[in-house]
Design a protein around this ligand. Structure first.
Ligand code: ATP
Ligand code: MG
Length: 453
């Protein structure tokens, strides 16, 4: 009906950015028709469409959740607010199974999207032009997008999140396709077009965008309980931690070092890795444990082939004590089956027997190539490959046992004062909190306007 009335009028579209004195974008209230007298123009009707910039976030697995879905959404919402706290934006809002980030003219869109790409629980995001869900407004929005896109062929990909819009998706595709064609003179091409104009209508709001950026997937940070990861500074354990965080786990970290037998390098390396890993959960708690005394006792009293297995059993025991203290429900390691002598099935069993908490090994079935690919993707690889002296590189036996038994390890430990060694390592341990580092991105941060030029 509104459309018919409009067609009988002469309409000039004005594309306006409206900003209130507070700097907040005005909310769209729908179409406003100004009478000619009102705007001092003769015989001309002026239609004002407010086109807002909004980042539209689609959920990943949250959509499969039942009654507790609201709780997952709320955690994601809260995480995004904390993630963007140092950046200018207008609002973060939950809307019809989506999250919307209202942008300001000064919002650094590139930086915001870079951070959002790493957020777990997000399937994808789009930097959208938001208009009221009305056909003329959709055209106004498309007319904004066309000049910033180079294309000879295109298609419209229209979806209705709610079915109350008068045209169905197919009719929208046809109608808006004809509109874009008339403005751009480009041809419609459904397979591999140069540009796809996504049109998403949700209730009274519509979002227009040119691409969807993949998000972090998985489940929102902090929805999957707490686990303590044994972080060595190598390639594998940061990837193992990432995998657990992606399932919603809040991961705490423990690192064993042999200072002063080794340099402080391994501790600094772990801190650098954690600045990167904290991008996913904003900050991480690290417990640093001196391990030299445990190693000295093992070297002095235990059979050399069992050394590394016994190191690991002590690490697991100490980690379990820290985990219980921190109310973490599980341990995480970067073991991958058969990668080194300590990671045969028999040795993994011997090592696991030292603890009662579950030990998760998310990389157990991955090969090194796959682990390295993820390490590069999450940006820990370059730090991990830098040379350092891991505590376990000290006193490594020439012929390590690959087929140990629990019984064999327990007999070797009879010679050691296990409890005293654990208590003294715990007493000497220190704890720190490491914040996320987005600074490597900071220089590239641009506002949306800048990124368009
Ligand atoms: P990574 O690449 O993580 O160092 P790796 O291939 O070197 O793994 P190992 O050195 O055998 O494998 O260690 C197996 C796992 O034991 C590591 O992934 C880590 O979880 C744990 N670990 C080893 N050394 C340490 C350490 N110094 N501090 C904390 N955890 C450790
Ligand atoms: Mg290692």
């Amino acid at each position: 009906m509104a459309e018919r009335r409009l067609n009988s009028l002469r309409v000039i579209r004005m594309f306006l950015y409206v900003t209130s004195p507070s700097g907040r974008g005005l909310h769209v209230t729908g179409r406003r028709l100004l009478k000619p007298e009102a705007c001092n123009l003769k015989n001309i009707w002026v239609k004002i469409t407010v086109v807002k910039r909004t980042i539209l976030i689609h959920y990943h697995e949250i959509n499969l959740k039942g009654n507790n879905r609201g709780w997952f959404e709320a955690r994601l919402h809260q995480h995004i607010i904390s993630l963007l706290k140092d950046l200018p934006y207008d609002s973060v809002q939950r809307y019809a199974g989506r999250l919307l980030i209202g942008l300001l003219p000064e919002s650094p869109v590139e930086e915001i999207t870079r951070r959002l790409k790493m957020v777990f629980g997000v399937a994808n995001l789009a930097v959208a032009w938001e208009v009221p869900a009305e056909i003329e407004a959709l055209q106004s929005g498309l007319a904004e997008l066309i000049p910033i896109t180079h294309f000879q062929s295109f298609k419209i990909d229209a979806r209705r999140g709610t079915k109350d819009f008068p045209l169905d998706s197919q009719q929208l595709n046809q109608h808006l396709g004809a509109f874009v064609q008339s403005l751009s003179k480009a041809r419609v091409q459904l397979e591999n077009p140069d540009a796809t104009f996504f049109v998403e209508i949700v209730g009274s709001r519509a979002f227009l965008y040119l691409s969807r950026i993949p998000g972090g997937g998985g489940l929102p940070s902090g929805t999957g309980g707490k686990a303590l990861c044994l972080l060595s500074g190598g390639i594998d354990s940061p990837v193992a931690a990432y995998r657990m965080m992606r399932r919603g786990c809040r991961v705490l970290y423990i690192h064993f070092h042999s200072f002063p037998h080794t340099t402080v390098e391994s501790q600094e390396k772990v801190r650098r890795i954690l600045r990167i890993l904290s991008r996913f959960q904003l900050e991480s708690q690290l417990t640093l444990v001196p391990f030299a005394e445990v190693q000295r006792e093992i070297v002095a009293y235990a059979p050399p082939p069992l050394r590394v297995i016994l190191y690991r059993r002590f690490m697991i025991r100490i980690a379990q004590a820290v985990a219980q203290n921190e109310k973490a429900s599980a341990l995480v390691t970067g073991d991958s089956l058969g990668q080194v002598a300590s990671q045969t099935l028999e040795n993994i069993r011997t090592i696991s027997a030292a603890a009662t908490l579950p030990i998760f090994r998310p990389l157990i079935g991955d090969d090194k190539e796959e682990i390295m690919r993820v390490a590069r993707e999450i940006e820990t690889y370059e730090i991990s490959i830098q040379a350092d002296q891991d505590c376990c590189s000290l006193f490594v036996p020439r012929h390590p046992e690959t087929m140990s038994s629990i019984d064999q390890a327990e007999r070797a430990e009879v010679e050691l004062d296990v409890n005293r060694l654990i208590q003294s390592a715990l007493a000497e341990s220190t704890r720190e909190t490491i914040a996320s580092d987005f600074s490597s991105y900071k220089t590239a941060a641009k506002t949306y306007e800048q990124s368009q030029t």
